[in-house]
Design a protein around this ligand. Structure first.
Ligand code: NAD
Ligand code: DAU
Length: 337
């Protein structure tokens, strides 16, 4: 079995590469990543010399390059993690989100048609459903919830999902889609809430909470996301969408206060809200549970401890990131907020 993992030098793709190499001793994993600001070869350091692992620095939106890699490698399965993934950056500059998330997906789908594959899996997000109100806690996103994206990021992911479905219906391409809630865990880029707050506490910087901090996210430990994708690519019904979530809703304030408690200090600073800020995400994952037997293993109380410990033990991984171009990003996004 040969699997192409796009975006494997990023947070979830990187965790998935490690997960699959460990779980399947005979599988070959081909990682294909453009190495944008979010891609980091240090995430793949421990597997780079593994004979069952190969890395290509490549842009999923470059048709000829992708076609050549498919021709050479003849993969069975494609799992597409590659994306511009940060909502705040999509508000600053939407175009790269459309280029990678929509056009890149189209290039991959065309390569799948041309070269023939057993399955294309699109890693999507619960953000394609828009948001839920805070005062209706019994509402959840199901696979039938209409797409109602709020940000350029989520709109680009929704567009990609529709392309994937269209290639299934029109060309019979064997596809599946998963829509997951917020992940956390090792190798999470420090622009995102949890690693940003951990890094700021450790650097004695204020903890910038957007708006009132009442927004709710449904947090899932990254390894549980990997196990769900593993099940879908082996057993998921072609043409189907699967929601993935942990029934683990927390307000942003609760998350930040947990980090403060675990690390023993940290000062919250309320800052200007994100434009179009989604209020609440909450996933109904009954379908993947009932059809494929998936359920999450790691409780938030344990996962957040493991994550904080990982950032304490792997300072060089994230200090390398925040010492470079990230400083300019941070100043632009937070200095006068
Ligand atoms: P990330 O930003 O950490 O990693 C993205 C990776 O994609 C990076 O390695 C980057 O270099 C690579 N990449 C970007 N543009 C590329 C291109 N044109 N060609 C090839 N590679 C490119 O993102 P993440 O948080 O790991 O998210 C991975 C996927 O999971 C995304 O599709 C995202 O929409 C989805 N997702 C993320 C979450 C979450 O909580 N992080 C939740 C649900 C779904
Ligand atoms: O739900 C899945 C999505 O989760 C993925 O599709 C995205 O790729 C991923 O980035 C994530 O999106 P969010 O916007 O929910 O994640 P982020 O970590 O950026 O923010 C989480 C919440 O914390 C959100 O309500 C905004 C808030 N926040 C974020 C940052 C970076 C703050 O209050 N302060 C901050 O500094």
């Amino acid at each position: 079995m040969k699997i192409i993992v796009t975006g494997g030098a990023g947070f979830i793709g990187g965790n998935f590469v490690h997960y699959m190499l460990k779980r399947y001793e005979e599988y070959e994993i081909i990682c294909l990543d453009k190495l944008t600001y979010a891609g980091n070869m240090e995430t793949l350091e421990s597997v780079i010399n593994n004979p069952r692992f190969k890395f290509y620095k490549a842009d999923i939106a470059e048709k000829e390059v992708i076609s050549e890699i498919f021709y050479k490698e003849k993969p069975n399965i494609i799992v597409n993690f590659a994306a511009e993934s940060h909502v705040d950056r999509s508000i600053e500059n939407p175009s790269v989100f459309l280029q990678t998330n929509v056009m890149g997906t189209q290039v991959l789908l065309d390569a799948c048609r041309k070269h023939g594959i057993d399955r294309y899996h699109q890693v999507s997000t619960d953000e394609v459903y828009g948001d839920l109100p805070l005062d209706k806690p019994d509402l959840f996103f199901t696979e039938e919830t209409p797409l109602n994206a709020s940000s350029p990021y989520s709109a680009s992911k929704a567009g990609a999902d529709m392309l994937v479905q269209a290639y299934h219906r029109t060309f019979g391409l064997p596809v599946t889609i998963s829509r997951c809630s917020n992940n956390y865990g090792p190798y999470h880029f420090p622009e995102k809430l949890i690693p940003l707050m951990i890094a700021n506490v450790l650097y004695n910087k204020p903890l910038p909470v957007y708006g009132t901090g009442e927004n709710v996210r449904d947090w899932l430990y990254v390894e549980d996301h990997c196990s769900a994708i593993d099940l879908i690519i082996h057993k998921g019904r072609l043409g189907e969408i699967y929601n993935i979530g942990g029934h683990n809703e927390k307000t942003n304030l609760e998350v930040v206060q947990t980090i403060i408690r675990e690390l023993g200090n940290g000062k919250i600073e309320y800052v200007k809200d994100r434009a179009g800020h989604d209020m609440r995400y909450a996933i109904d994952s009954a379908k993947i549970h009932n059809d494929l037997g998936w359920f999450p293993i790691t409780k938030f109380e344990d996962g957040i401890k493991m994550t904080i410990q990982w950032y304490l033990d792997n300072k060089s991984w994230w200090e390398n990131i925040i010492s470079g171009e990230y400083q300019n990003y941070y100043a632009k996004m937070y200095d006068k907020r």
